[in-house]
Design a protein around this ligand. Structure first.
Ligand SMILES: C[S@@+](CC[C@H](N)C(=O)[O-])C[C@H]1O[C@@H](n2cnc3c(N)ncnc32)[C@H](O)[C@@H]1O
Length: 706
């Protein structure tokens, strides 16, 4: 055994050390002359001495190692990976045999600057980590971000191997494209090698870099190449939701600055990769990243590639009350059946009743908009009491809602046949399912539902539903502010919105006000948990400030200051709902009114707006402020054009359409410079100055651009 080992080392030393050094080092001639005439006679110790002598020089040491690996190590192993200062033996490193990966690798440089080694596999393992991260991120909502792009090699490989266009994801690439920013980075970032700062800065700071990266990605329109200093630029342009975040700026302050702004936007399940995290040269970066993540309840995994890896977890998972076990363990009525779940849905397995019609339309009064009276008739109907309530009283408990609440929601949806319904707070989609079943039976309508903590469980539950129900649901893992903002940008209004998200006063109040803005006239907002102070007080204040809204019930009117916490309190008996109804028309009274900017087709100019006034009697002056906004494709150029004015209006039991023409159109420079890479929005804000004795002005709809 010893002899065999000795022979192996001897031959290794001979071939690797002696032979190579012979070719590369002029000093070798000296060794040669001293060395025995025949190499075979060299002793092991002499060979090792020769190696040790020459390994004193970093460059030679590297050559010795490269050669030893190639000639003496690799032949005795199934595989050897050697690149980017990462050496593995007998690992599959299977990505190397993927032809698509190999083709993508050809488009990039594998040079990390650490070039004294041959590094035949280059940075391919790092790139493979990124490709894996990108593929994983596609299972989570959000866009892709890279901070620190340089020539765009890493992002290039990601875009070559992961179909972001098909997934509808945008990839934001941020860099100064001029090297480090003096404001955030300095020699102090690299206590082990301050000179690295200057060397790297010189390397990154090339005048053509920005244009060459733009050109490189010009055929990939979903890639946005953004020039600016991180973190500052992120305050101006950044996606609201992120599923893939790659940070590679080689400097602690901007890296942590990026995390401070972006980490909260990373969806649960989203992947964060911190390049260079484990490299000694970047210890300050590692310390800063570790501190940040520990403050945010996360831990970074150091990979052998030197990257740091982290998958953002759902802050709510693991909390007892939201765990799936509790739900599934609830009593299962006899007529429910377990649904076979997709393998990855096992954790969220639910029980579900077959999708059968419950109540025939002829058994219900169909009426929209609803009234107090029609609701009362529903609640006292035979269909409601004999079929709907019993059905929901033993329904699988996939929601936190009391069964009478679910019965009421089902009855309401069947009764008013809505087109668009929204729900804030999906939880386990139990109430969403009730909405969807009723809409399915109606034969029309869609339910939008959102839950910032539901990125994983929402889709996992909904995937288990019959296809016909799934088609009716649009789930997103957004918080209510982003969700209501997003759905509010479309011109479409909602018939019913259930507000059941964060029940603190401030959140409930925001959700209610923002939902009110996108309701169809006569539409209904349901505030859940009337017994809680937040939703109740939010509703009470909302009605006080918006007298044109009304409660379909009397719990707010019945509020008794001498007994403010008296229960039960709700609009609908035996539910926890406050039901609020939007006015039947858009009225403008004593408040400034705005409906938010709506996307409009890009056009060179905005000539005016159209206002439809239904039959009414009123007179006064209508003041307006029209705003036309233009944004270039990369959002770096923005313009805001405004016109003020007023219109005298006198209607004597008549209707009118006003086509208002501005004295001069608002002309868009963004359109002139950037079309077709631009987008525009338009809004008209109004104030009604009523003549003495006149009431408010009523609009048939919000003002539209001409
Ligand atoms: C290591 S390179 C990025 C390599 C890149 N990920 C790739 O695929 O090859 C680091 C980059 O970070 C950029 N950078 C450094 N500090 C920055 C800051 N504060 N804001 C924006 N970019 C910065 C540099 O200009 C440089 O291009």
């Amino acid at each position: 055994m010893l002899v065999r080992a000795k022979h192996a080392v001897l031959s290794l030393a001979r071939r690797a050390g002696y032979e190579i050094l012979k070719q590369s080092d002029p000093r070798l001639s000296a060794i040669r002359s001293q060395a025995p005439a025949c190499a075979a006679e060299i002793t092991l110790d002499a060979a090792l001495d020769a190696l040790r002598d020459h390994a004193g020089n970093e460059r030679f040491a590297a050559r010795i190692l490269d050669t030893v690996l190639r000639l003496a190590v690799e032949p005795h192993h199934n595989s050897l990976f050697w690149g980017d200062r990462l050496l593995t033996l007998d690992k599959s490193a299977a990505f190397r045999s993927d032809p698509r990966f190999a083709a993508a690798m050809k488009g990039v440089s594998s040079d990390t600057g650490a070039t004294q080694y041959a590094s035949p596999d280059g940075i391919s393992w790092r790139l493979n980590t990124l490709v894996w991260a990108a593929r994983t991120a596609l299972h989570t909502p959000g866009d892709f971000v890279e901070c620190g792009v340089y020539k765009g090699d890493m992002s290039w490989v990601v875009t070559e191997l992961v179909d972001l266009a098909d997934a509808g994801r945008t990839f934001y690439l941020y860099d100064t494209y001029e090297g480090f920013s003096p404001q955030y980075s300095s020699e102090d970032d690299f206590p082990l090698a301050p000179q690295f700062f200057h060397i790297a800065h010189r390397g990154y700071n090339s005048p053509e870099l920005y244009d060459s990266v733009r050109n490189r990605f010009s055929e990939k329109p979903y890639v946005k190449v953004i020039k600016g200093v991180v973190p500052d630029i992120l305050r101006e342009i950044a996606p609201d939701r992120i599923s893939f975040l790659h940070i590679d700026m080689n400097s602690p302050a901007p890296e942590v600055g990026a995390l401070e702004l972006l980490f909260e936007r990373v969806s649960p399940g989203g992947v964060v990769i911190l390049d260079d995290y484990g490299w000694f040269l970047h210890t300050k970066q590692k310390d800063a990243d570790d501190r940040f993540m520990s403050d945010h309840g996360h831990e970074i995994l150091e990979l052998p590639t030197g990257q740091g890896l982290l998958i953002k977890h759902d802050p709510c998972l693991g909390r007892e009350t939201l765990g799936p076990g509790r739900i599934v363990a609830e009593q299962t009525p006899s007529d429910t059946r377990p649904v076979s779940a997709a393998p990855d849905d096992q954790q969220w397995k639910i029980v579900l009743r077959p999708l059968d019609p419950l109540v025939d339309e002829s058994q219900l009064e169909v009426q929209a908009p609803v009234t107090m009276e029609s609701i009362q008739r529903l609640l006292s109907s035979a269909a409601y009491n004999d079929i709907i309530r019993p059905y929901f009283s033993d329904y699988p408990a996939m929601s936190l809602m009391y069964h009478n609440c679910r019965a009421f929601i089902y009855g309401l949806v069947r009764m008013c046949k809505p087109e668009r319904v929204a729900e804030i707070g999906t939880y386990f989609a139990g109430t969403t399912e009730v909405f969807a079943r009723a809409l399915w039976e109606n034969g029309r309508g869609v339910v939008y539902t959102t839950d910032p903590f539901g990125a994983e469980r929402g889709p996992a539950v909904i995937r288990q539903w019959p296809a016909a129900l799934q088609e009716i649901v649009r789930f997103s893992a957004d918080d209510s502010m982003w969700f209501l903002n997003r759905v509010g940008r479309s011109d479409e209004l909602f018939d019913i919105i259930l507000v059941d998200g964060n029940h603190e006063y401030e959140s409930a109040s925001f959700d209610l006000s923002a939902a009110a803005k996108i309701m169809r006239p006569g539409g209904v907002i349901i505030m859940d948990n009337a017994e809680q102070t937040g939703p109740f007080e939010a509703s009470r204040q909302f009605l006080a400030e918006n007298p044109e809204w009304r409660e379909l019930g009397t719990c707010i009117a019945d509020f008794d200051p001498s007994n403010p916490f008296a229960l039960p309190r709700s609009s609908i008996p035996e539910t926890s709902f406050i039901v609020l109804q939007a006015p039947f028309a858009f009225t403008i009274g004593s408040k400034l009114r705005a409906w938010g900017d709506k996307a409009v087709p890009s056009a060179p100019q905005s000539p005016g707006f159209i206002l439809k006034l239904p039959l009414q009697r009123c007179s006064g002056r209508l003041h307006f402020q029209a705003i036309y906004r233009g944004f270039s494709g990369d959002v770096r150029t923005a313009e805001e054009l405004k016109k003020h004015g007023s219109i005298m209006i006198a209607l004597n039991n008549e209707e009118r359409t006003i086509e208002y023409q501005f004295d001069e159109p608002m002309i868009s420079e963004v359109f002139a410079k950037s079309y077709p890479h631009c987008h525009h929005t338009f809004e008209v804000e109004l104030f009604w100055q009523a003549d003495t004795g006149s009431g408010p002005l009523t609009l048939a709809g919000i003002p539209r651009p001409k």
